[in-house]
Design a protein around this ligand. Structure first.
Ligand SMILES: CC(C)(COP(=O)(O)OP(=O)(O)OC[C@H]1O[C@@H](n2cnc3c(N)ncnc32)[C@H](O)[C@@H]1OP(=O)(O)O)[C@@H](O)C(=O)NCCC(=O)NCCS
Length: 141
């Protein structure tokens, strides 16, 4: 076990973690408050059976994985590890927790990832199946 795995703690987020979560998402370039990356949306998704897990090292949020629950499926969002802490196994640990949550609930887990995101795809390829032939549509508001 490496140093980060020994000292960092993994748990469900609390309200006091939100600013650290947003700093982490900004650090990895995935923070979009206008698209729901905000405290109100996080709270709503948790009230509807979602989870947002954080890895904390001292007082810093260094990792996150957010699962939303539409009652038919779970969706994984914002799996992130701070650049200073990447490549130490934390991303895999967060992803494994998401898989364990899905297994416990008996629900399928879906996610979208950019085709060029090699680190994330390597992680997902180890335990998930690509839905060949599908494209993703959305209507922006
Ligand atoms: C994807 C991400 C969460 C991985 O976190 P991490 O803590 O570095 O990942 P781990 O150390 O647990 O490694 C997980 C796997 O990814 C692979 N990996 C990690 N970084 C990699 C890189 N730069 N290139 C290729 N593979 C990489 C590792 O080799 C490992 O596979 P292995 O266990 O078979 O060796 C991290 O790179 C990240 O936060 N990226 C920015 C945010 C992002 O794109 N999230 C995904 C959105 S869908």
């Amino acid at each position: 076990m490496n140093a980060a795995m020994k000292t960092a703690t993994l748990r469900d987020c609390e309200g006091s973690d939100f600013s650290g979560i947003f700093s982490l998402w900004a650090a990895v370039g995935m923070l979009s408050p206008e698209r729901g990356d905000n405290a109100e949306t996080i709270r709503k998704t948790i009230a509807h059976g979602g989870r947002l897990l954080v890895y904390k090292e001292s007082h810093q949020v260094i990792g996150s994985v957010w699962i939303t629950n539409d009652t038919r499926r779970l969706y994984l969002h914002h799996l992130a590890v701070h650049p200073d802490w990447q490549k130490q196994g934390l991303g895999r640990r967060l992803f494994n927790e998401a898989l364990a949550i899905a297994k416990d609930l008996g629900m399928q887990l879906k996610l979208e990832v950019h085709q060029d995101n090699v680190p994330a795809r390597k992680l997902y390829d180890s335990s998930m199946t690509v839905l060949e032939g599908y494209v993703v549509y959305q209507r922006r508001i």
